[in-house]
Write a protein that binds this ligand. Structure first.
Ligand code: TXA
Ligand code: MG
Length: 372
């Protein structure tokens, strides 16, 4: 079945001729621990696709991943092609049991053991020196490797059935918001991959925290659900990723240098006291409408009915960071489906999980922020 060519696919130069594969969609688990015999059979087929060098998108607790065999250089090449992603952007290797970390990393420092005990399985990715058997194609030419042991039951079962090592970036076309449901994956990758394992909507909604353990003190390269404070409690000291540092010199998480998470419309973040934020956004959207734009607002429940834009979307309740994290990418995608051209978003406090929320939101906005 052929996918509709979207603006984002044109933008990164994906060709329609490439969309020839039939993408099978199988439903699995929906968050349950146990699988039915049919689901087991589907996961077995998915695992075989991975072992044979094919690609399968699958749910994790953070976002959906686009999986291929991490030990097969050809699989890495296919992942880059399907996503339209530059091949110097390394992939995360997903494992399904602690013991396998030693097969991916050359050395496993004591800090990694403590972190594994505290946060694995779960939304933390560790950067470690790469073992020789991991191909350079998987690590984008780097001598280090990103390793993660996800907690989602379907992810772990698939990794086990797929040979134990699945390289997976987020299952979106490069530059778009990460997928938090199988429908998002389908919109981006249908016709480009063999299978989508639909495990329902994800629980967290933002990608894993990435921690570089090859430097001292360890450095957060991408904030996520495992916060700076949580890491500090286990490690003593960690260096927080400073916003904007990726721009200077070689970025440590190469992916962070690319345009990310962006909706098609122009997104502006508006920060300030709630009443002023509402007034400012309403003034701007009124002007935009006169200029023929379709306007959108992403706001918190409490302020929602005060906005006058064409499309007003609720990202969650004020202060409910878990809810906001879970809905963020999906709301950004909804503006795309409604062809909104000017989007305004409230800003959120950048503490705890808020750090990851603001990291993604500011990237999506290309760092366009108005402070009132
Ligand atoms: O939650 C997640 O991490 C999801 C799910 C599917 O596991 N995956 C994900 O992958 O977000 P991706 O490829 O979209 O983002 C991985 C990030 C990129 O910014 C990449 O540059 C960085 O991790 N990365 C991977 N290997 C690295 C390495 N050896 N050194 C530094 N950064 C690395
Ligand atoms: Mg990604």
């Amino acid at each position: 079945m052929k996918n509709r060519i979207g603006f984002w696919q044109e933008e990164i130069g994906l060709q329609e001729e490439a969309l020839e594969m039939r993408t099978e969609i199988v439903r699995v688990g929906q968050g349950r621990e146990a699988f039915t015999p049919q689901e087991e059979e589907a996961l077995l087929r998915a695992g075989n696709i991975i072992k044979q060098g094919g690609l399968v998108a699958f749910p994790t607790e953070t976002v959906y991943g686009l999986g291929g065999d991490a030990m097969n250089p050809e699989s890495a090449r296919k992942i880059y092609a399907a996503k339209g992603r530059p091949s110097d952007n390394p992939l995360i290797v997903h494992i399904c049991r602690w013991a396998d970390i030693g097969l991916v990393a050359e050395r496993v420092p004591e800090a990694a053991r403590r972190l594994g005990e505290a946060f694995w399985p779960g939304p933390l990715t560790m950067i470690l020196p790469k073992a020789a058997r991991v191909p350079k194609e998987t690590t984008g030419g780097l001598d280090t490797v990103a390793v993660r042991l996800p907690s989602h039951p379907a992810a772990r079962r698939l990794i086990a059935l797929g040979g134990g090592f699945i390289a997976a970036p987020s299952a979106n076309v490069s530059g778009r918001p990460s997928p938090t449901s199988a429908a998002h994956v389908e919109a981006d990758l249908q016709g480009r991959i063999e299978m989508i394992v639909d495990g329902g909507p994800v629980g967290i909604g933002l990608e894993s925290t990435i921690l570089d353990l090859t430097v001292e003190p360890p450095q957060i390269l991408r904030p996520g659900y495992v916060t700076e404070g949580m890491l500090q409690r286990v490690l003593g000291s960690v260096e927080a990723g400073r916003p904007g540092t990726e721009a200077q010199g070689a970025p440590r998480a190469p992916g962070m240098k690319y345009r990310h998470y962006a909706p098609a419309g122009e997104l502006l973040v508006v920060e300030g006291p709630p009443r002023e934020v509402v007034a400012y956004i309403n003034r701007r959207t009124a002007l935009d409408r006169e200029a023929g734009e379709k306007t959108g607002v992403m706001g918190t429940q409490e302020l929602l009915e005060q906005y006058r834009a064409d499309v007003v979307k609720c990202v969650g309740r004020h202060g409910d960071e878990d809810g906001i994290a879970r809905r963020l990418f999906s709301v950004l995608r909804e503006f795309d489906s409604e062809e909104v051209t000017k989007i305004y978003s409230e800003s959120f406090p950048a503490q705890g999980l808020g750090q990851a929320i603001m990291n993604r939101l500011l990237k999506a906005a290309g760092h366009r922020v108005v402070k009132l």
